[in-house]
Unconditional design. Structure first.
Length: 273
């Protein structure tokens, strides 16, 4: 960076992310947009994540316990007029930041959605890839990752009480406040899910379910559309799903299992409280 303040700050929360972090941070450094600050917020990693972050980032700090708190801490430490939230297993195509800034300038949107696609190895990753491909362009499922700093701070950032749904919650609160949520078309965030393994995946859904009730009560209409088994996106892309019958059947089974795990997590949280 130069001595001038950066225009965009990219915030990356990490937790034992050494396997994917270098690719994520390198993709930030390879952006066509020049004025970028890179802030990594690590949660006590023990696998070399912190050292990789030091190699690429302008600022590295330690913060936990959840990604919402990490993201908020990164924004509080940042200098950019815009902020972009990037997970440590995601890679930005070279024109992403430029496209987001241009989308804001063109529409006045305070939050920008960046289309995502999933990559990885193994059967369940292929199932996830097919599912995620149906959500491109679906405003109920896609969540904004790029924000004006002013709006991010005015709406209080991410809700640190949510371990799930926080990506949806912040843009939904902005839209409820009359803000415009835009879209950066023609560019992609590539999400490397590695090899999805069923049992750890469902354990994660159980954990997420423990705060999903809070999100659902806050956004009842939106959450009903987002959390149902048969989603409009699947109907719209029925021809694509029909071309992959085995993956589609597995996807429906996986959605059932995810819903059961999330419901069990919500019930567990209710019993505790």
């Amino acid at each position: 960076m130069t001595d001038q303040l950066p225009v965009v700050t990219v915030v990356v929360p990490t937790r034992n992310s050494a396997a994917t972090l270098a690719a994520a941070l390198r993709s930030v450094r390879q952006q066509s947009f020049a004025s970028i600050e890179l802030v990594v917020v690590d949660n006590e990693s023990s696998d070399g994540t912190f050292e990789i972050a030091l190699e690429f980032a302008d600022d590295v700090l330690t913060k936990g316990p959840e990604r919402s708190a990490q993201r908020n801490a990164g924004v509080a430490r940042s200098l950019g007029r815009f902020v972009l939230m990037l997970d440590s297993d995601m890679v930005l195509e070279p024109g992403v930041v430029q496209a987001c800034v241009e989308a804001h300038e063109r529409t006045g949107a305070v939050a920008i959605v960046i289309p995502e696609r999933t990559v990885g190895a193994g059967f369940w990753t292929a199932v996830r890839t097919l599912e995620r491909s149906c959500y491109v362009g679906d405003p109920d499922i896609e969540a904004a990752r790029f924000f004006t700093r002013e709006a991010f701070e005015r709406y209080g950032g991410y809700d640190e009480g949510l371990s799930a749904g926080e990506d949806w919650d912040l843009p939904a609160r902005m839209q409820a406040g009359g803000e415009v949520v835009g879209r950066a078309d023609g560019v992609w965030v590539v999400h490397d899910e590695g090899t999805v393994r069923l049992v750890p995946h469902l354990r994660k859904k159980f954990y997420y379910g423990q705060t999903l009730g809070t999100y659902a009560r806050r956004h009842p209409s939106l959450s009903r559309r987002q959390l149902r088994l048969i989603r409009p996106a699947f109907v719209r892309h029925r021809a694509r799903l029909a071309r992959h019958p085995v993956l589609t059947i597995a996807m429906v089974g996986l959605k059932w299992a995810e819903m059961a795990a999330g419901a069990a997590g919500a019930l567990s949280a209710r019993r505790r409280h």
